[in-house]
Design a protein around this ligand. Structure first.
Ligand SMILES: NC(=O)c1ccc[n+]([C@@H]2O[C@H](COP(=O)([O-])OP(=O)(O)OC[C@H]3O[C@@H](n4cnc5c(N)ncnc54)[C@H](OP(=O)(O)O)[C@@H]3O)[C@@H](O)[C@H]2O)c1
Length: 405
């Protein structure tokens, strides 16, 4: 029987790791779920411990006095306003946590540490990437690019495992996570569900809020439940030691397929000419960096000097959701839904509109290969539409979205 520690236990990804291990008491004897808040009730093999990772290693060590585990899942995340801020805070949280495990002596028992990061590894926030993205693709270390806290975290983890050579590591790269969380930083399904429910309440046909170009391009999604199963597999699979892995659902998806299905689920429909005649004052356009990530590989790919294949990318919104969410008629429609359906009022202001503007607004394909894990024996798969529909159901049960079924 194994023991585990999960940081970020209330987050969209960490919460599912806790649930996955928690439902197998025969296999996972003790699971320490760590976060500042406690948002769920847990089965008997899960113990919630308070932890603030923004304090010093010594302070963290005091909070971890009775906390030990053979397998450590690090899924904590704190969002800052700048990439440098993310680098500073998220790097320090991991570094101090690992130092604390050395201070308490818990490190002696550790077998493997898994760090959850994401596809920003490849620069999907900076512009067009090489598709499909492979774990062996080069890191964007050039100072031309903004600091990437995933690189700092991975460097910290690698160094820790070199120092404590009995400990191996795993890193995951999920993308556009579909899952359930309360009050977190990046929540695709919640924002999408609220946008659709409120638009319907206003008596309007549905318009894809993101980029017209992206609507017919490909995206890769990660169901948080599948990610949790992947994390357990990678923790226990000997071949996965000291490896980083893409983690996506394994199907091929695009909003041209998903969005009409979302509309149908909420009992509404997509406007037949959805990209025509929209309010220009609600639209948005933001240029991304001049040298998109694919340009790092331009010479090798035979695309050097080809401004057609390597143009700067941009974020485009047919309806910028940050602007949309500030409109009086939208707020009034939400108020009506809250009153009539008994919904959680603060769900609207907690929705991550800026994040949705980003992930729906890109104007390039985001295709992530699962070949590496599959070659090692991973067979997991989750249909992306099912993942989205399942989470809408969870959000309905939690009174964040109105009941449609
Ligand atoms: N969400 C996505 O769509 C997505 C996509 C790709 C990659 N990722 C990556 O996945 C990783 C995890 O992100 P996530 O989206 O799962 O995060 P999340 O849902 O925002 O959850 C963050 C977790 O960290 C905990 N936390 C925050 N500050 C803390 C502190 N000071 N001390 C202790 N715990 C703290 C939070 O709990 P408390 O607030 O209760 O402390 C919460 O459990 C990040 O690297 C993120 O970039 C996310």
């Amino acid at each position: 029987m194994a023991s585990a520690i999960v940081t970020g236990a209330t987050g969209i990804l960490g919460r599912e790791i806790v649930k996955e291990l928690g439902r197998k008491p025969d296999q996972w004897k003790t699971v320490h779920a760590l976060s500042r808040s406690k948002k769920d009730e847990y089965p008997s093999n899960v113990v919630h411990n308070h932890l603030d990772l923004t304090t010093s290693a010594e302070e963290i060590a005091k909070e971890l006095q009775d906390v030990e585990g053979e397998y450590i899942f690090f899924a904590a995340y704190l969002q800052k306003d700048s990439e440098q801020g993310n680098w500073d805070v998220n790097g320090a949280m991991l570094e101090n946590f690992l130092k604390a495990l050395a201070i308490t002596g818990a490190v002696k028992k550790i077998k493997r540490i898994l760090l959850v990061t994401g596809a920003k590894q490849y620069g999907v926030h900076l512009g067009q990437v090489k598709n499909p993205m492979l774990e062996s693709d080069p890191w964007l270390r050039d100072p031309y690019y903004p600091p990437n806290f995933y690189y700092r975290q991975q460097d910290i983890l690698h160094k820790f495992c070199e120092t404590h050579s009995h400990v191996s590591w795993v890193v995951t790269y999920p993308n556009d996570v579909i899952g359930f969380a309360r009050g977190n930083f990046m929540n695709l399904a919640e924002g999408m569900g609220l946008y659709v429910a409120i638009t319907k309440e206003m008596g309007q046909e549905l318009v894809f809020p993101g980029s017209q170009t992206f609507y017919t391009k490909f995206d890769s999604f990660t169901c948080s439940k599948l990610h949790a199963r992947f994390c357990e597999w990678a923790m226990l699979e000997p071949k996965a030691a000291n490896q980083a892995f893409n983690v996506t659902n394994g199907d091929i998806q695009s909003w041209q397929d998903l969005f009409p299905r979302v509309a149908r689920r909420f009992g509404t429909k997509v406007k037949p000419n959805q990209f025509a005649g929209n309010k220009p004052e609600l639209a948005g356009e933001t240029p991304l960096v001049d040298k998109p990530p694919i340009s790092v590989l331009a010479e090798e790919l035979g695309l050097k000097g080809d401004s057609k294949s390597v143009p700067p990318s941009k974020l485009e919104q047919t309806v910028n959701l940050v602007k949309w969410s500030q409109q009086d008629e939208v707020k009034k429609a939400w108020d009506r839904l809250v009153e009539r359906e008994g919904l959680q009022r603060d769900a609207f202001e907690k929705a991550t509109w800026g994040f949705l503007d980003f992930i729906l607004g890109r104007n390039f394909d985001v295709v992530i290969s699962m070949s590496k894990a599959r070659e090692m024996g991973w067979t997991g798969y989750y249909d992306t539409w099912k993942a989205l529909s399942d989470v809408f159901g969870e959000l309905e049960a939690a009174k964040v979205l109105p009941k449609t079924h």
